[in-house]
Write a protein that binds this ligand. Structure first.
Ligand SMILES: Nc1nc2c(ncn2[C@@H]2O[C@H](COP(=O)(O)OP(=O)(O)OP(=O)(O)O)[C@@H](O)[C@H]2O)c(=O)[nH]1
Length: 623
């Protein structure tokens, strides 16, 4: 049984709702962890919620032209086979009656019930066909009487197609999964619990157009009674939250040593709280790209969407495309987007973005653009590029502000040291960059102590001792073959006695698959509950970035003895001085972990620590 169906605008206004409010707000989680993070091309979202709460599966569909979102929620143990089909049908029918001035959609309940019955019937029919080992009936045959696409000139994404497919099959309704195939669809499913915690949404802070921006904090019902739920139960939407204020940029004072480099993706490390500037959209240059449409055709890619299109719409000529573009009537289809996205994906990969991430981002951008009207004189490529720029800014922009200096002072007021644990694979620069962070803190007149908790690699303690001597700061060390968790605990106690404000904990480098070392790290983190778990990763890394971060987080979650395991809070990217314009690791790491890049190491001296310049990274990735 469907638990909830919600129709809302991208601006956060709930237009129509069916079902009871659900514990834990799975729809909020979907928006935060999936849609805002450019995972909307995934096949489904799994939500485990707080203890005692049922596990749910969420599926969704967009009407990009109208800026509407349709979300269905059902218990995960139920494998409802008709949900994609139902969502597509609901989207089709609701789009017909949608009017931005309308205040009530109460009467939609009858249409919806009818659609639900039909979708269930189609799913049942499909199940029987499958059992009989026969091919399914042609999709999309059954429709609510009077159903028709709105007058965009093109068929809106085929509603009933492929109805009743097994959940692991491609998405018939909105074409979202049809390129992926079944197993991919399964792989794409993400689990809220495995994602980074502490995600706070700032849907509009990257400057994306108002209508585009999701703002979960603004999910609200239509004022009139028309917005009321059709079923029993309290409202499942959240009250509005205030958006965080931007803090004015402050100049860095301690580091004046950076020489002008040809490519500088870094900002002074003290740009506290500064949001990224919006990249000016490169819009309105020309008409639709004729090459793109031609190449799309010539590629001969025949997938479900292409088959489902109305005859004639796919093979629009260059002239008619141009006219449509001039008049602003062209409705974007996946096939229009594909060449531009393919080029963008290749570009991202040449910049060292992991292939899997580049692929997912392109799928997500396609999902967000499909069905949208192209503006007058706007090229598909620039529309895609702008959408990708917005997506990248959204991903790279920290979802919560971690201000170390502020937090250090807060900890001091509580009479305890602020603790940072540096983790990562071997040789990435943990100790060197830990020393840079120590130097930076010293510039801010903060008392720092180092804790030598790499009790594994010979020479590690001496290396840290050298940094401590050079920086003239205390070090807590217990030699080798000791339990690093205990050494860290003792170091924190010692810091209380010697009035250290911050303890920087060095740990042994470990491969993400090394179970015993990952277990030891999990113990260290859980025993000492540091303020910050900083993952140190090399900017040089390509596809392995995804594996490293995913597995570190996974192991920390799996090997933890406590219910709410601590995961990685932030990233320190090292060796940025060696990568030229191959800045993709920053994106891959943030995308897979949801953790922000807090520092960038760009050299081997103590002053070579910067803050990531998000705007510059996005420009480099796209251009
Ligand atoms: N070019 C450059 N080199 C760096 C940077 N950060 C660290 N290094 C170098 O990377 C090498 C490894 O640094 P370490 O700090 O020993 O790395 P680690 O992660 O502590 O090593 P393990 O303890 O063995 O895991 C050293 O030669 C550092 O000088 C950086 O930002 N840029």
């Amino acid at each position: 049984m469907l638990e909830q169906l919600l129709i809302f605008t991208r601006g956060g206004l709930i237009l129509w709702e069916l079902g009871n409010a659900l514990k834990g707000s799975p729809i909020d989680a979907l928006i935060r962890s999936c849609i805002l993070e450019e995972r909307s091309a995934d096949s489904a979202f799994h939500y485990d919620g707080p203890a005692g709460c049922a596990a749910y599966t969420l599926k969704w569909a967009f009407d990009n032209d109208l800026g509407l979102v349709f979300v269905a929620v059902y218990q995960r143990i139920l494998h409802l086979l008709y949900v994609d089909d139902l969502l597509a049908a609901a989207r089709r029918e609701f789009s017909r009656v949608y009017d931005s001035k309308r205040t009530s959609y109460d009467d939609f309940v009858e249409t919806f019930r009818q659609l639900q019955m039909e979708a269930e019937a189609r799913a049942e029919e499909m199940r029987k066909f499958k059992q009989a080992g026969r091919a399914p009936a042609a999709p999309g045959k059954k429709q609510v009487p009077g159903a028709a696409s709105r007058g965009s000139g093109k068929q809106r994404t085929s509603g009933g197609s492929g109805s009743g497919k097994d959940e692991s099959d491609g998405d018939p309704g909105n074409g979202r999964r049809s390129e992926n195939g079944s197993s991919k669809g399964q792989e794409n499913e993400i689990n809220e619990n495995s994602r980074a915690q502490n995600v706070i949404v700032h849907g509009k802070e990257n400057g994306a157009p108002q209508v585009e921006a999701f703002d979960v904090s603004k999910l609200q019902k239509l004022r009139s009674k028309g917005g009321k739920k059709t079923d029993t139960g309290g409202g499942g939407c959240k009250a509005a939250k205030t958006e965080p204020k931007k803090i004015a940029k402050k100049n860095r004072v301690w580091d004046d040593s950076l020489s002008e480099s040809r490519l500088d993706f870094t900002d002074p490390v003290d740009d506290r709280g500064q949001g990224p500037e919006v990249v000016v959209a490169d819009q309105g240059e020309s008409m639709m790209d004729k090459e793109e449409i031609v190449s799309s055709d010539s590629e001969g890619e025949e997938d479900e969407e292409v088959e489902n299109e109305k005859p004639g719409t796919k093979k629009k000529g260059w002239f008619s495309s141009m006219l449509q573009s001039i008049s602003g009537n062209a409705v974007l289809e996946k096939s229009d987007l594909r060449p531009a996205l393919k080029a963008l994906k290749d570009r991202l990969m040449t910049k060292n973005v992991a292939e899997e991430i580049a692929e997912k981002l392109c799928e997500s951008v396609a999902t967000s653009l499909e069905g949208k009207k192209l503006g007058s004189f706007t090229r598909v490529s620039s529309t895609v590029q702008t959408a990708m720029e917005d997506a990248l800014l959204r991903i790279l922009t920290p979802k919560r502000s971690i201000d170390i200096l502020r937090d250090v002072h807060a900890a001091k007021e509580q009479g305890r040291p602020y603790v940072v644990v540096f983790v990562g694979v071997n040789g990435v620069g943990k100790s060197t960059n830990l020393a840079k962070v120590a130097y930076w803190l010293l510039q801010h007149k903060i008392n720092v102590m180092l804790a030598a908790c790499d009790t594994f690699r010979s020479g590690a303690v001496e290396q840290l001792r050298t940094h401590a001597r050079r920086l003239q700061i205390p070090i807590f060390e217990k030699g080798y073959e000791k339990d690093p968790a205990i050494v860290a605990k003792e170091a924190i106690q010692e810091a209380k006695h010697n009035n250290s404000d911050v303890v920087l904990v060095d740990t042994a480098g470990r491969m993400q698959d090394n179970e015993p070392l990952m277990r030891a790290l999990s113990k260290l983190i859980n025993l000492n509950n540091p303020d910050l778990v900083l993952f140190v990763g090399e900017a040089l890394v390509g596809n392995d970035a995804v594996d490293q971060l995913t597995k570190f987080n996974q192991k920390l979650a799996d090997l933890s003895m406590v219910p709410n395991a601590r995961l990685i809070d932030g990233i320190l990217l090292t060796k940025f001085d060696t990568i030229d314009d191959k800045v993709g690791a920053a994106l891959s790491m943030v995308y897979v972990s949801g953790a922000p890049v807090m520092f960038v190491g760009c050299g081997q001296s103590y002053t070579d620590l910067k803050k990531l310049n998000i705007k510059s990274i996005v420009k480099t990735l796209i251009k």
